[in-house]
Structures are given as C-alpha cells and as structure tokens.
Design a protein around this ligand. Structure first.
Ligand code: OSB
Ligand code: MG
Length: 376
C-alpha cells in the first residue's frame, strides 16, 4: 500500500442546535459541539468527526481539549510519520497517552481518504456485510413518567422498534414500570451513564422484573470489580459503555464477569480500527455487541452505519434517523428510517456522504488550516 500523503488539515469547531435538548445523568445538552476534520491529500479530501463535546461529561475530553491535542501533538506527529494505512495511526501516536475521541476523529478522516483514493466504501474497507442495519432510539431523561410515555409513543409511531431510556436516581423504576405497563413486548433497555454506586444494588435489582434487554453503564467507568459484583446480583445483562476503551478492557471486563454485552463507539475506543478489533474479539467469544451513538452529524453517523454492518453487531444500534438530531446537517444525504426499523448503510466511496460547505461554515465557531511541510 502506498504512503498517505497529507498536504493539509483543516479543523472546524462546530456548534449545532439539537432539535430538542438531550438530558443524561451527567447533564443536559441544547447545542452540540464537535470538531470536524478535513484531511487533504493528493487532491482528495477525507472528512472525520471528533465527538468530544462542550463539557467533560461523557468523557474527560472536550472539543477544546481535542483541538489542542490534535493541533499541538497528533497532527505534527502524523506529519512526521510515513503512514500506510489508517490502522497505523496508533503507531504514529505511541508517544501520547489517552484522548481517544481526538484520535478517532483523525482516524475517521484517514478512512474516508483511503476509501476515496481506492474507490471503496468504508463498509467494504471494514469488512461490513449488511446493506441495512437495525437501529433503535435513545431517549433522554424526561421530567416525569407521562412525558416519557409521550416520547416513547412518538418514536414507536415513527417505526423505531427498540427503545433505550436514560435513567438516573429519582427517574428510573417508575418510568420503566410505566413504559412496560403500556408496551409489554417491546425491546427496552436503559442507560445510567454511571449514575449509581454499588450501594444501589438492591435498588437496581428492582429493574429485573421489567424484562430489559440490558442495563448500560450503571456504575463508574473505572468500577470493573463493582460491576462484576452487581452483575452477580442482577438477572438483567449489564452492558458497558464508558468503561471500555480497548480490546484489553473488553477482555478484562468479560473475564471479570462485569458485563455480558458491549456497546462499541468508535470515538470512545480511539477509532474504527479498535472498534472493529473489539467487534472481532467479541464475535469470537460470542458476546453480543451493538453500536452506540454520540449525537453525531451525518459524518459520524455514516461511519457508525458502516461499522454496524459488520456481522457481530447483533443488537440494534443507537443510530437514529438524521431528522431526529439537527434541522440542518453539515453533510448529505440524510439517513432515514426504513419501515423495518433499519437504516441503509452508505455504499458510495469513503464515508459515502457529501459535505455541505455552506452549513459547515455557518455552524463553525472556530476554524484553522494547518499546512503540512514536505515529510522528513
Ligand atoms: O451514553 O450512549 C450514551 C449521547 C451522548 C453521550 C452518551 C450517550 C449518548 C446517547 C445518544 O445515548 C445516542 C445517539 O446518538 O442517538
Ligand atoms: Mg451509554
């Protein structure tokens, strides 16, 4: 494979108004921030999305820290490294610790660039197989049971067949009881984003009677052992999100009995290569995985769809239709929900989307072009 030649990278810090606020146990977002990367090489542009947001709630990274890390460390290191494939980005960055969201945004741009240079879709490059993937919807914390029931009704009406509900202390058992009373059979799961402690085990056991697909990240991200204790007491499978940053974390968590399902997000694990590796590892161990979401623009959503087309993604992803997130997106075409609660996987070259340059300019609150000098 030939060496990637990057001539320049453009960073955009964008801020986009969500169609409706998204509340989790760690905070509420009205506007979503992220970084968009444009990687220019050999007259082609590859695009990546770094899902770090405005505040360090889900991750310690923010759009500002990712900007700093990319501009001052990752991009200069990349400029010096004779990169042959996106998977090698990790080798270019071995000197640096952490900041997976920044890594992943950069790696996504490399995948898009590779696909465009080779005339292949990301799905093909990753080894994806499906033409469409099953999806569900992730509903934020609502102010009471009836507000939640209204949301659930709306999304079921739109055709989403799997519902995920954000929970936190004070907004959990009664909400789930209310949903189950009306919708006995729907696939239902909950996400606590680390809102509980092991002392809440008895309380969380109250969820077992509602036949949930899984409970996502009930405890702190570094509490693998407590998750293992909790899983022993719960019948409902625990699924880890924030705790899993690598294949190694996946192995440790599974060996410890801390979970039975893994949520895979390319951002959290430092990119699509590691995401695929976690998928491969779990497939070999027959552990179900699914693709999580970070309220992505159509850029990141295209990448998630390609990833979720791999054969081991056996549960519906948190990949909703584009219209749910933003009134105007920065890339087209928008993704729509099929009647069978699936979304089609893009099959054009690279990510398979077109950037709307006007929208990108309009939503950018900061931008910078970094020109790469001749290598070595
Ligand atoms: O924990 O899965 C999560 C969004 C932002 C940060 C964390 C999470 C989420 C979601 C949204 O659940 C899923 C989506 O993009 O629709
Ligand atoms: Mg989650």
């Amino acid at each position: 494979m030939a060496e990637f030649k990057l001539d320049a990278v453009e960073l955009f810090h964008v801020q986009m108004r969500l169609q409706r606020p998204f509340k989790t146990s760690f905070g509420v977002e009205h506007e979503r921030e992220c970084l968009i990367l444009k990687l220019e090489g050999d007259g082609v542009a590859g695009w990546g999305e770094c899902v770090a947001g405005e505040f360090p709630g889900y991750s310690y990274e923010t759009a500002e820290t990712a900007w700093h890390i990319l501009q001052d460390f990752f991009l200069p290191a990349l400029a010096r490294y004779p990169l042959q494939a996106p998977e090698e980005l990790r080798n270019a960055l071995t000197a640096y610790r952490g900041h997976p969201l920044a890594r992943a945004g950069l790696e996504m741009g490399l995948w898009d660039l590779l696909g465009k240079q080779n005339g292949q879709s990301l799905k093909t490059l990753l080894g994806g197989q499906r033409e469409s993937v099953p999806v569900g919807v992730s509903i934020g914390v609502q102010k009471d049971v009836s507000a939640m029931l209204t949301k659930v009704e709306t999304y079921l009406g739109q055709g989403y067949q799997r519902i995920k509900v954000k929970i936190m202390p004070g907004a959990d058992l009664d909400i789930i009881a209310g949903i189950r009373q009306l919708y006995k059979g729907i696939p239902l799961q909950v996400d606590a984003n680390s809102a509980y402690r092991i002392e809440d085990a008895d309380h969380l056991k109250g969820l077992d009677r509602y036949d949930l697909e899984l409970i996502e990240q009930p405890l702190a991200e570094d509490d693998i052992l407590d998750h293992a204790s909790l899983q022993k007491e719960l019948e409902t499978p625990i699924c880890l999100d924030e705790s899993i940053l690598s294949v190694r974390h996946t192995r440790l968590a599974l060996d410890a009995g801390a979970c039975r399902v893994i949520n895979i997000k390319p951002g959290r694990v430092g990119g699509l290569s590691e995401a695929k590796a976690i998928h491969d590892y779990c497939l070999a161990r027959r552990i179900p995985v699914w693709c999580g979401g970070m309220l992505e623009t159509n850029i990141g959503r295209a990448a998630n769809l390609a990833l979720a087309s791999l054969p081991g993604f056996s549960l519906p992803g948190d990949i909703s239709a584009s219209e749910r997130y933003y009134e105007t997106d920065i890339a087209t075409p928008g993704f729509v929900l099929n009647p069978d609660s699936t979304i089609d996987v893009p099959d054009q070259v690279g990510l398979g989307i077109e950037i709307d340059r006007d929208a990108l300019e309009r939503f950018s609150i900061k931008k910078k072009r970094i020109v790469f000098e001749e290598k070595r």
